[in-house]
Ligand binder design. Sequence first.
Ligand code: ZN
Length: 249
Amino acid sequence: MEARFAIIGDIHANLEALNAVLEDARSQSVTGFYCLGDIVGYNANPQECIDVVREIGAITVCGNHDYYCSHDKSLEDFQPLAAAVIDWTRRQINPASAKWLAELPFSKIFFQHSFSIVHGTLDMPEYWGYVFDTFDAEAHFNYQQTPFCFHGHTHVPVIFEKQGFDVKRYEATPSGERVELKFGRKYFINVGSIGQPRDENPLASYLIFEPRSRMIEFRRVEYDVQTAAEKVMRAGLPQRLAQRLLVGR
Ligand code: ZN
């Protein structure tokens, strides 16, 4: 059977969204899972989401929230909202899970399948830079050794394409549309966020990748947003985190 991978990321402790995505991915007969990090942070089920990601055997890289929730580091560089949730999350996850998060690598390369994964950018991944535009993407491409690389961090699905010295930015294609990536170019693709989309589309976002045929397919999945939002409120987390789930911002 041809390899058909689900690339998931920015789950952010949203168990309802994660379960819906996994159900969708299984209905699409994926053969493996890769996770771009930020399993925890923002929503109410960090421990449960770590358990699920480990159960499905997803090959995982570290996100900034995973890192700070598992290291006893100052949170002064975070916005107050994010810092409050990281502080809360640290108290929700068990020591074994904290250790697992703390040991996640910043990036991984799979030469046999021509791709790599990173949370934000391969340009010093441990500094958690955001790639929004072609300028940021150019800096990243200097470090991309494989034709394809997948990332998250901005929570906005998008495609960067490098041909020669030219870098272009393309909007993510509509859910369920299969796209063939061109041979001889490099691609840096943001798969969007499962647990807290910010592209004004509240549906959970992930991507299916077939390395041999170079096909990708963005997928948006409906889930029980109401329950996820109510859990955020009940946990005593900032109300704004519940509201933004409903609007995808
Ligand atoms: Zn994130």
